[in-house]
Design a protein around this ligand. Structure first.
Ligand code: HEC
Length: 108
């Protein structure tokens, strides 16, 4: 067996390292969105789908603008709520945008 030249080994290890960190910006955004959305799953169901007859509304496929508006209304208290006003207080404007974009992109 012939030994590979050093440069080939370096190139290969470099290649491996590059693949390991090859998460695209889109992947990172998706991960971030899903981590946020996981906060909602306990009540709003997996992927924002509640079961039929549930008192808690489904989020999947909800129009983005509507959802952002509701979240902000919960946060500033203009829409009365039992739990959502507490929950939205912990979210930044950006997180509200991110999570609304995510749920609006899902099928109902
Ligand atoms: C502890 C349970 C719970 C969690 C966790 C929760 N929700 Fe809610 N959500 C509710 C309830 C209950 C309502 C009805 C309003 C109320 O009483 O607070 C609601 C209402 C909503 C509404 C209004 C829907 C409509 O039809 O107008 C939106 C939007 C919403 N939630 C988004 C979210 C998002 C996004 C998350 C995660 C960041 C989340 N909720 C996490 C329980 C929860």
């Amino acid at each position: 067996m012939r030994l590979k030249p050093l440069w080939a080994a370096l190139l290969m290890s470099g290649g491996v390292a590059a693949t390991a960190v090859a998460a695209t910006p889109q992947d990172t955004v998706k991960l971030h969105q899903r981590a946020l959305a996981a906060m909602c799953a306990n009540c709003h169901g997996t992927d924002g789908r509640t079961t039929d007859g549930s008192a808690i509304p489904s989020l999947a496929g909800m129009p983005r603008e509507y959802m952002v508006a509701q979240m902000k209304a919960f946060r500033d208290g203009s829409r009365p709520a039992t739990v959502m006003h507490q929950l939205t207080k912990g979210l930044t404007e950006e997180q509200i945008d991110t999570v609304s974009t995510y749920f609006s992109s899902l099928k109902r």
